[in-house]
Ligand binder design. Structure first.
Ligand code: NAD
Length: 295
């Protein structure tokens, strides 16, 4: 039997409706809406699309979003000065700096200049450290969104053998930490891994974030596996392709995410959830555990 498709777009819409209802209730009680500042340096076309999607999603749920579109030549110190201003701004709960940044700007300096309570991307070492210590606050959006997508399968993740392909600070590494917290036995694969097919064959749960089109061959997939494809590769013909051979993998797996329409919408929704969380912490002065709003 072919795999069930994990429809991230549909699940994201359901969660967004809950977020909208929560925000509407706070506003009806006389509070200001949550505020998100999005900073984009330069005009990378892919980044422009991501930023636009995030802005539209904010509008849909009632988050005020302010875009700062900056020159690619802006000095690092000026960018940090803007972030400092936003760190102190009373109407802003979340700050997001769209990556990548131009080469003359040190990405780590920028990430660390964001106040951890407003770090809605979850990239600050404080937030990553909280996740590593199994006590997360603001969680990196893509792995957070994937955990919520997995919840909808109602499969008990405890004890599953999970393989994560890709170990970046923004996707693969926090994904490994999330899965450890969930009780999986975890294998990390990266560019230097010598036997990728073996690690894939062993995986009950396979998460691929390598940025390499159709890197994972369908025949490597363990029958009945759950496959989460994070990869988004734009081909010369304009088509968007994942990191997994979709059709072949679908015929062996139990669940699989499509590209597009799988992980992407869940990532954006996790950003909204994080912004609502930051708003509750900073504006409403409550400190809930970070959970998607449908929990
Ligand atoms: P990255 O380039 O920072 O990291 C890639 C990782 O994959 C590295 O750890 C690298 O060692 C590993 N890798 C690369 N080629 C490999 C190979 N042949 N075998 C094994 N490992 C390999 O990338 P990233 O920022 O983590 O993004 C990964 C992919 O996920 C990209 O396609 C990106 O567009 C996509 N992405 C999607 C979303 C979403 O919401 N859907 C969010 C973030 C990133």
């Amino acid at each position: 039997m072919p795999a069930q498709i994990l429809n991230g777009k549909r699940i994201a819409e359901q969660i967004q409706q809950h977020i909208r209802a929560r925000i509407d209730a706070h506003v009806a009680n006389g509070h200001r809406p949550p505020g998100l500042a999005v900073i984009m340096v330069g005009n990378d076309p892919a980044s422009e699309i991501y930023v636009r999607n995030k802005h539209l999603a904010c509008e849909k749920v009632g988050i005020f979003s302010q875009l700062y579109q900056l020159s690619p030549l802006i000095p690092e110190a000026s960018l940090i000065a803007l972030i400092d201003e936003l760190n102190a701004a009373p109407n802003i709960d979340g700050i997001l700096v769209q990556l990548p940044l131009p080469a003359h700007i040190d990405r780590q300096n920028i990430i660390e200049s964001i106040r951890p309570e407003k770090d809605v991307d979850g990239f600050h070492p404080y937030n990553l450290g909280r996740l590593a210590q199994q006590s997360p606050l603001l969680r990196p959006c893509t792995p957070f969104g994937i955990m919520e997508l997995l919840k909808t399968t109602e499969i008990d993740l405890k004890g599953l053998t999970a393989t994560v392909v890709g170990t970046s600070n923004i996707v693969g590494l926090p994904m490994l930490l999330e899965l450890l917290i969930a009780g999986c036995t975890v294998t990390a694969c990266h560019r230097l891994t010598t036997n990728l097919p073996l690690a894939v064959q062993n995986a009950d749960l396979l998460i691929v974030a390598a940025g390499s089109p159709e890197l994972i061959k369908g025949e490597w997939v363990k029958p009945g596996a759950i496959i989460i494809d994070v990869g988004m590769n734009r081909m010369d013909n304009g088509q968007l392709v994942g990191d997994v051979e979709f059709e072949q993998a679908k015929s062996r797996a139990a669940y699989i995410t499509p590209v597009p329409g799988g992980v992407g919408p869940m990532t954006v929704t996790a950003l909204l959830t994080n912004t609502l969380y930051a708003y509750k912490t900073l504006h409403l002065k409550t400190s809930p555990i970070v959970k998607m709003e449908n929990q």
